[in-house]
Design a protein around this ligand. Structure first.
Ligand code: CA
Length: 579
């Protein structure tokens, strides 16, 4: 037994309250090393009256490790515990203080201690996100519904985007196409920034309390939010609180008055005057970008200003949450205050951080509900688009990701396959539509809140910014309607089967390493999903009894035989007739 590979500690993703009753406890071991693990637990003030044992389940594996998990319900909302580990030769007992070769004689010292499941500390993301299918809109490029508010230098819809040009998209354009979004089946929209700013992307905020006049008015946004709510569509706005724009009045004042400005401490100024020397501003900015000065969120006035902003759009306009730009460069203390403010107005608001890396420090219930799940994105792009990994490596990456967060975080992760910041998926797939479909099918049959980047559903392509921000194609003759139909069906299936959203997940390794097979199940349904990520037909390696399974979605006309052959880049979803 490789003791050095064993890992456990209390809290975070290793032991946490899933709900008011249930505690999840996880252990990591070297891959294929242990045969079984037993969790011994009991009350720290009355072990003899309460102690119990339960086998742990090997619920995930990556290339190096196995992950074991048990769900227990401690009667008094607290527990001490230790692990009994078996391999083919040996039994070892693992305690907080170390390893023993026999059961601990004295349990009141040296065991792991989950001290108390205090209700207020339980990570409780908004429940609606588990059932959400998001659609990301870049407002300047979705639809121009009101030529009257166009910028002076507006270009005809459909031209080639540059970093600085405008095509007149606005909120009325979104309003005009809500039927389209309902038909697609999405039930949440994430808007990149809509507040007044100078650029087409609006990440350089001028006025945090005002919708950009080229997009409409605050009143128009409220109408849009109300119209969305009327259709069961939630609305998420983008909060750019790490930095403002160069036209933000406080920054303008500092530019004019220097150290004498009343707002001098709203920013991190290293030396006066504010200027750029050898490409580096004398004040802190986002990514050395002089037009995006970093806000000093340690200053109480700045905090109050931004908290008022956060509250205003929730309270007055009725939005359902915030996506938080460059979230990991803003201090944790600010985010804790931010969460309290937003949740006091709307406890169901979804707080989504833009963090590209492991994000556990922000996801402990006191800051964000979720992050933009880029590790998920990268795993999918490597397998389905770049084809640099095989199905086994892909499943390891996904399982490592699952093991790195508490389950309730996974259930509300914001899973994306592209955005205004990345090359479009179809382009990454070199225009190969079937690869894009497989990637989205995985996203739509996995935990979390899947997101569709506007236009992916009708076959839009585009290289990295600015070409990933083309005008939405509204000419049906130029839309890929078959692809749209695929998205509709896959979204519909996700809505129909809860197992696809929150059920169990198990991968079935295949002899053919380009064949991905996994099961999703809950107490109602059992679904088997098979995808062939290669250019030649592939055999599913287990016999399928056609009396026990029925096909519910497939890329090709498929007759269920004892052995299932999946065509090149095909997919098949089967439902068990026994469940
Ligand atoms: Ca317009």
């Amino acid at each position: 037994m490789l003791l050095e590979a064993l890992y456990h500690r209390i809290k975070q993703n290793w032991s946490y309250a899933y709900d008011e009753k249930t505690l999840h406890i996880r252990l990591r071991s070297k891959k294929d090393d242990l045969t079984n693990v037993i969790l011994h637990y009991g009350d720290k003030y009355g072990w003899e009256m309460t102690s119990a044992e339960v086998p742990m389940t090997k619920w995930a594996s990556d290339s190096l490790f196995d992950y074991w998990e048990a769900a227990i319900e401690p009667r008094f909302r607290r527990t001490i515990y230790y692990f009994q580990l078996h391999d083919h030769e040996q039994t070892v007992y693992m305690l907080e203080k170390g390893f023993l070769d026999q059961k601990p004689a004295i349990v009141y010292e040296g065991l792991y201690d989950f001290p108390y499941m205090n209700r207020v500390d339980i990570i409780t993301p908004p429940a609606w996100v588990k059932d959400a299918v998001f659609y990301q809109i870049f407002p300047e490029r979705f639809a121009n519904g009101d030529p009257g508010n166009d910028p002076d230098d507006v270009l005809p819809w459909g031209g080639t985007p540059t970093p600085s040009n405008f095509f007149g998209g606005d909120l009325q354009g979104v309003m005009d196409h809500l039927d389209y979004l309902s038909e697609l089946g999405i039930n949440a929209i994430y808007f990149t920034p809509v507040f007044e700013a100078t650029t087409n992307h609006k990440y350089d905020t001028k006025d945090y309390f005002k919708v950009d006049p080229h997009f409409g008015t605050n009143e128009k946004l409220k109408q849009l939010v109300d119209a969305c709510h009327g259709r069961g569509i939630r609305v998420l706005l983008d909060a750019v609180f790490n930095h403002c724009g160069k036209t933000f009045p406080a920054f303008v004042d500092v530019m004019e008055n220097g150290a004498a400005s009343a707002y001098a401490d709203w920013f991190y100024v290293h030396s006066w005057p504010l200027e750029v020397k050898d490409g580096i501003p004398t004040y802190e900015t986002f990514a050395f970008e002089p037009i995006m000065p970093k806000l000093n969120t340690e200053n109480p006035e700045v905090q109050q200003y931004l908290l008022d902003v956060a509250r205003y759009w929730i309270e007055e306009i009725g939005i359902d949450g915030w996506r938080l730009d460059v979230a990991n460069e803003v201090d944790h203390q600010f985010w804790r205050e931010f969460r309290k403010t937003v949740k006091s107005v709307n406890p169901d608001a979804y707080l989504l951080g833009e963090i590209m890396h492991d994000s556990m420090p922000w996801l402990q219930g006191d800051q964000f509900d979720a992050v933009m799940n880029y590790p998920f994105t990268n795993a999918l792009l490597n397998f389905f688009a770049r084809k640099t990994t095989n199905a086994e490596q892909f499943s390891h990456a996904i399982q490592a990701q699952l093991a790195s967060y508490p389950r309730q975080i996974t259930e509300v992760s914001f899973n994306l396959l592209g955005s205004h910041d990345t090359t479009r998926l179809l382009t990454l797939c070199k225009g190969h539509k079937e690869s894009l479909m497989l990637a989205y099918l995985f996203e739509l049959t996995f935990y979390g809140a899947p997101c569709i980047y506007y236009g992916d559903e009708i076959g839009m392509d585009g290289e990295h910014d600015p070409l990933n921000r083309k005008c939405m194609e509204w000419d049906q003759g130029k839309q890929d309607l078959a692809l749209f139909s695929f998205f509709r069906k896959a979204i519909q299936l996700r809505k129909q089967y809860r197992a696809l959203r929150t059920g169990g997940l198990r991968f079935y390794p295949q002899a053919n390493k380009q064949l991905l097979a996994y099961e999703r199940w809950d107490d109602e349904d059992q679904l088997l999903i098979i995808m062939n990520n290669s250019g030649s037909a592939a055999q599913y390696s287990k016999d399928i009894n056609s009396g026990e399974w029925t096909g519910i979605l497939a890329s090709h006309e498929n007759v269920l035989k004892r052995t299932i052959e999946i065509p090149a880049y095909g997919y098949l979803i089967l439902k068990s007739l026994k469940s």
